[in-house]
Ligand binder design. Structure first.
Ligand code: FPP
Length: 242
């Protein structure tokens, strides 16, 4: 069977893809299921897409799993997503020697339950030397909160006299964000047909291409990923030039 994978120009593969995994709730609603089962199906899709991106040779994949605004959802739904995360982290640890991908979390951690913070520390340390794709899970993440925390770090240096305000550079701002140690995304994909950024990586997406895919996240497949990459590759990226 032919695959869109064969259409991808491997010389022009995005180094960093970011995904807003939207539509879990609608997927569940269509099936008369509780929302948390939509998130469960979404977590399964995340595993498939991570593997596909890794096999393809994508170096960085950032996924928006829980935003700073998502705390407004019901306690049951928030707990459902946190339990999925616990389960995901535990399963990774159990089969860590066979795993190829590296995992870290971006976002503000102190509001997460203590046990989740411990699991994150463990997984970041055991996966640190893995050779494959870097999966960055955005948890309690908000683009504005990322910038605010970054600006506070920079302001601290001005306060202690080690930096002058006029010496602040764009690079310095980038480096002080949660994503400071990896490149900006060339491609941002949002599923479910919504065409919004929802406070995701506001600074980092300055020159990203956007693909809005109408599939609900639990229905999104490897083929959809390949198709979205092809769609991106057919765009003419000018970075403000002509
Ligand atoms: C948006 O769909 C999705 C979320 C807010 C949560 C995404 C979480 C996962 C895919 C699971 C994460 C799991 C791990 C292991 C990190 P929505 O609920 O807003 O959908 P709707 O717009 O259709 O209601």
């Amino acid at each position: 069977m032919s695959s869109l994978k064969d259409e991808i120009d491997m010389q022009n593969l995005p180094v960093h893809i970011a995904i807003i995994m939207d539509g879990n709730g609608r997927w569940a609603k269509k099936r008369f299921l509780p929302r948390k089962l939509g998130h469960k199906a979404g977590a399964d899709t995340l595993e498939d897409i991570t593997k596909a991106a890794d096999k393809l040779g994508v170096k960085h994949l950032t996924v928006y799993a829980f935003s700073t605004e998502n705390w407004k959802r019901s306690d049951e739904e928030v707990k459902g997503i946190m339990d999925l995360l616990r389960n995901y982290l535990d399963r990774y640890v159990a089969k860590a020697d066979k795993e190829d991908i590296k995992i870290d979390i971006i976002g503000e951690r102190s509001r997460l339950d203590q046990d989740i913070q411990e699991k994150i520390k463990l997984i970041e340390s055991i996966s640190a030397e893995k050779p494959g794709l870097n999966l960055h899970i955005a948890l309690n993440y908000g683009g504005r909160d990322d910038l605010l925390r970054g600006f506070k770090k920079i302001a601290g240096r001005i306060e202690d006299g080690s930096l002058r305000a006029e010496d602040i550079t764009e690079e310095m701002i980038s480096e002080n964000l949660d994503t400071g140690f990896y490149p900006d995304p060339e491609l941002v994909i949002r599923t479910s047909g919504e065409e919004r950024i929802s406070n995701f990586m506001l600074w980092q997406i300055a020159y990203s291409e956007f693909v809005f895919n109408s599939k609900l996240w639990p229905d999104y497949t490897e083929e959809d990923l390949y198709g979205d990459i092809c769609y991106y590759q057919n765009r003419d990226r000018r970075f403000g030039g002509r």
